[in-house]
Design a binder for this molecule. Structure first.
Ligand code: SF4
Length: 331
């Protein structure tokens, strides 16, 4: 099998808790991402899903070095991004791009679309095979817009059109990897599918790899080849999308799926939706971080709060971090 385009190993991202040190003289940290590892191949989509605060967006930003990780490695095409200097990283930006959740917030309201789309060429140099103007026309066409949109301002476009501009900007330098950070969450349901289909078409045309971050399972299911489920900074399940949605192996994945309506209402979920609040990432629970909300924890006699479960292969290509699988009776 070919080498992965992206190989993330033991990635950790912590933030100091703001303002506490002056009063308590102790330095507490937010454990936003805690020991995450995965591979991503060229042309593949890895969906990353979990509740708000699980660390999925921080993971995407750490992979791109927009927020440098506390520890761990990020190999892009075999080169460790975390050890690169500023000029190497700037050069790498053309290969690794991001699409943000809020297309309005991420586009400068005072710039015309043509100016927004020409910015990458001002930083990284002109396109090799066309003028900037021709390349902008190409990009607009690739995302389903016309040259007329080039002279508009962001507020003159609909939400879906603005996100198409965000996608065009990410494509400008012919990247190989795009982190899609909740790219359809802010859009009307009626345009979400159009934007997801556009992302899939562009992936096929350009052999793009996507790290597709979302809290909505429907969007993840629509685009992902494999899915990583995150809980409190850790991956608790990683599997191909078909297996994960058909036979979720981790109780948290089962609960997430139970909270979402099934495409076929005759297929009722056996699991209950996850209850209660996610604990604080400043002081996460010991052992399995999900044990304070897991309906199976009591049946394992204290093991769940004492021992951290490792991510293990529980079926071909399906990995879960849960002690139930050691006993061979996972639900
Ligand atoms: Fe639940 Fe225990 Fe499995 Fe964690 S290790 S998911 S608490 S059964």
């Amino acid at each position: 099998m070919s080498e992965p385009l992206l190989a993330v190993r033991d990635l950790v991202k912590q933030y100091p808790v703001q303002g506490e040190f002056a009063f308590t003289r102790t330095r507490r940290v937010v454990h936003a991402v805690d020991g995450v590892s995965f591979d991503l191949r060229a042309g593949e989509t890895l969906g990353v899903v979990g509740e708000s605060g699980c660390g999925k967006s921080t993971l995407g930003r750490a992979v791109l070095m927009l927020e440098p990780p506390t520890s761990g490695t990020v190999l892009f095409n075999g080169r460790d991004v975390t050890r690169m200097g500023a000029s190497e990283l700037r050069a790498l930006r053309s290969d690794m791009q991001i699409i943000f959740q809020d297309p309005y917030g991420s586009l400068n309201p005072r710039m015309r679309i043509s100016e927004i789309l020409s910015e990458p060429f001002e930083i990284h140099g002109p396109p090799s095979s066309a003028t900037v103007r021709e390349r902008i026309a190409e990009l607009l066409s690739a995302v389903g817009l016309t040259p007329l949109h080039a002279e508009r301002f962001p507020h003159e476009l609909s939400g879906g059109q603005r996100q198409r501009v965000g996608i065009a900007r990410a494509l400008a330098l012919n990247p190989r990897l795009i982190v899609c950070d909740e790219p359809v969450s802010a859009l009307d349901v009626s345009v979400q599918a159009q934007v997801l289909n556009l992302l899939k078409d562009l992936q096929r045309q350009h052999d793009l790899a996507y790290l597709f971050i979302a809290h909505g399972l429907a969007a993840v299911r629509h685009v992902s080849d494999r899915v990583a489920v995150m809980y409190l900074g850790r991956i608790v399940e990683l599997a191909d999308a078909t297996s994960l949605f058909a036979r979720p192996a981790h109780p948290y994945t089962q609960a997430l799926l139970a909270a979402n309506p099934k495409p076929d209402p005759r297929k009722r979920s056996e699991s209950a939706p996850v209850e209660g609040e996610m604990p604080s990432p400043v002081d996460p629970p010991s052992g399995c971080r999900f044990h304070t909300r897991c309906r199976f924890a009591a049946s394992l006699g204290g093991r769940c709060s004492a021992e951290t479960p490792l991510l293990k292969e529980v079926a071909p290509g399906q990995f879960a971090a849960c002690h139930l699988h050691d006993r061979g009776h996972a639900s």
